[in-house]
Ligand binder design. Structure first.
Ligand code: NAI
Ligand code: A1CAB
Length: 268
């Protein structure tokens, strides 16, 4: 089987999470991994793990056949311009940026290069991530399998058509922030009622974990689980009624629409 080498352009949060998954799972060894960042100090922790640090994105493209584009979407035009003369039809470009489509990358590179579009999330940092993947027709099944195994090493993966890759960001890419916002609101609410913030945080974090396990393992729908909590004439119903009145569901759905709209703007 062909031995692949993987490179990361950008050594930020997501690159670090994916790279650690690659090393820990043994899918790639240190010497099969390259990294480049405009801020050299960002690469230092990876050099200590035996990863090869490159002096430019062009050097990295020459050394690797799989390349994760791990920079912010706004940086993509510059990076694609820089690497376009070096990318060949043997490279697989792995794009993790919000909103950047396969067509966008192929048009910037100048031919129908191989692209796997990926949407990960920050819990990948703990090996507990969720990733959506979409492949273009020119990527082979065995190349796609390697990319899929790479992200599986950091959590769960789902394969989606590219047409859904913008909308899915609201579901798992950006949504960790909604969960943290909910946690913050609950902890602030507890403090307003005289409870110590650390005690509230401890109890609520465990509640998030437990509720996630109930959603995953009980076989019951969110509505059935809500019913299990909400006693007739009880406290939960009083809380839920208030959430209905202030438009909680609509607020979340509007936030998701804004997320997708922004992804579409970033890809223009
Ligand atoms: N943070 C998140 O929750 C998620 C982020 N993403 C996507 O992942 C990508 C990276 O995001 P993060 O890791 O959060 O960002 P980050 O800011 O932690 O990392 C980006 C890195 O790129 C480097 N960089 C900037 N210009 C460069 C260039 N020309 N060449 C090489 N390196 C350069 C920066 O120095 C920085 O270290 C983004 O496109 C984002 O849309 C996707 C899913 C979730
Ligand atoms: O906020 C962003 O644009 C990125 C994409 C998903 C999570 N963070």
């Amino acid at each position: 089987m062909k031995q692949h080498t993987i490179g990361f352009i950008g050594a930020g949060n997501m690159a670090g999470a994916i790279l650690n998954g690659a090393l820990q799972s043994g899918i790639f060894k240190g010497e099969q991994i390259c990294i480049f960042d405009v801020l050299e100090e960002k690469c230092r922790p990876f050099a200590q793990k035996g990863v090869v640090v490159c002096g430019s994105s062009i050097e990295l493209i020459k050394k690797c056949d799989m390349v994760v584009l791990a920079v912010k979407p706004q940086i993509y035009p510059g990076v694609l311009e820089e690497i376009k003369e070096t990318v060949t039809n043997q490279h697989v470009l792995i794009s993790i940026a919000a909103g950047i489509s396969t067509g966008y990358i192929q048009s910037a590179i100048g031919f129908e290069c191989k692209v796997v579009r990926v949407m990960p999330n920050t819990p990948l940092l703990l090996g507990c991530g969720a990733t959506a993947l979409s492949k273009c027709a020119c990527v082979t099944d065995s190349e796609f399998q390697i990319v899929s195994r790479l992200f599986s090493a950091c959590g769960i993966v789902e394969i989606l058509p590219e047409s859904q890759m913008n909308a899915i960001i609201a579901v798992h890419g950006s949504s960790p922030a909604y969960v943290y916002r909910l946690a913050k609101a609950v902890i602030d609410g507890a403090v307003q009622q005289g409870i110590d913030s650390q005690v509230a945080a401890k109890l609520f974090i465990q509640t998030i974990k437990g509720s996630a396990m109930m959603l995953e393992q009980s076989g019951q729908t969110p509505d059935e689980l809500i019913q299990m909590v909400a006693s007739p004439g009880g406290t939960t119903l009083a809380a839920l009624r208030e959430m209905d009145e202030t438009g909680f569901d609509e607020s979340i759905q509007k936030a998701m629409e804004a997320c997708t709209k922004r992804a579409e703007e970033l890809g223009k």
